[in-house]
Design a protein around this ligand. Structure first.
Ligand SMILES: Nc1ncnc2c1ncn2[C@@H]1O[C@H](COP(=O)(O)OP(=O)(O)OP(=O)(O)O)[C@@H](O)[C@H]1O
Ligand SMILES: [Mg+2]
Length: 226
């Protein structure tokens, strides 16, 4: 199988509340999957499970054939740092770092030299129209600009899988398309798999596979019409 990421019958419970219910999803290299569904249906929770941010309550998530639940904390941290990119729903930039330092963070954590990491960050920021903002702090940019910085940071180290939670939620259609283009390029030219939570029908329509999440139940919608 060329599946890079696969979840089988995963549940996530917060106390007695089961917010992800028996979800199954599999992604091949280069595949973009879009997940849509009402607020509170469990989309962010699903991403946290797939990315190993939260341990599943039952079932299993495999990355390149290895079960996340079987990894040590150190192995899981290294995997998330080196192979995954995550765009959190609310940005989560570090306030004391500049835009370019935030973007370069995954490369710095992987041991890359500062000048090289900042240069790579500058390139991604440039493609997202943010080059002029690179020395500002997150508090000095708009919500949508901060969202694009979070996207740049999730892509800068060319991860094998990108998890993006409403990455275009605060963006106009032109900037939303620029963000989507970055995901498409990473998928098509680097073979990354992308799981995209989105409310935007135009964004979902450009994914390879689509799912809906309702009350914790994930249902495939098949491929978009050509
Ligand atoms: N830490 C938590 N403890 C308890 N319940 C939680 C916790 N986090 C989320 N929930 C609940 O789990 C359910 C799923 O939440 P989740 O954030 O995954 O939804 P979502 O589909 O991402 O919603 P939205 O579109 O609003 O972002 C909701 O009912 C939410 O209230
Ligand atoms: Mg959410």
């Amino acid at each position: 199988m060329s599946e890079v990421l696969a979840a089988q019958e995963i549940d996530l419970c917060y106390g007695s509340s089961r917010v992800v219910r028996g979800a199954n999803i599999a992604l091949r290299r280069g595949e973009i999957a879009a997940v849509s569904g009402p607020s509170g249906s469990g989309k962010s929770s699903l991403l946290y499970c797939l990315a190993g941010v939260l341990p599943v309550s039952s079932g299993e998530v495999r990355f390149e054939g290895r079960t996340l639940g079987g990894l040590s904390d150190a192995e899981l941290s290294a995997l998330r740092r080196d192979r995954f990119g995550f765009v959190f729903q609310y940005g989560e930039l570090l306030p004391e770092l500049t835009v370019e330092e935030n973007t370069a963070l995954p490369l710095r954590l992987a041991g890359q030299r500062k000048a090289q990491a900042l240069a790579a960050a500058g390139e991604v920021l440039g493609r997202l129209g943010l080059r002029e903002l690179r020395e500002r702090r997150p508090s000095q940019v708009s919500g949508g600009q901060g969202q694009r910085v979070a996207v740049a940071r999730a892509l800068v180290h060319r991860p094998a899988v990108v998890f993006a939670d409403e990455p275009t939620g605060s963006l106009d259609s032109v900037n939303a398309q620029a963000v989507l283009q970055e995901f498409l390029t990473l998928a098509r030219s680097q073979g990354a798999a992308v799981v995209l939570v989105t409310h935007d029908a135009d964004v979902a329509a450009q994914a390879d596979t689509r799912y809906t999440m309702v009350d914790g139940v994930l249902t495939p919608q098949g491929r978009p019409a050509p």
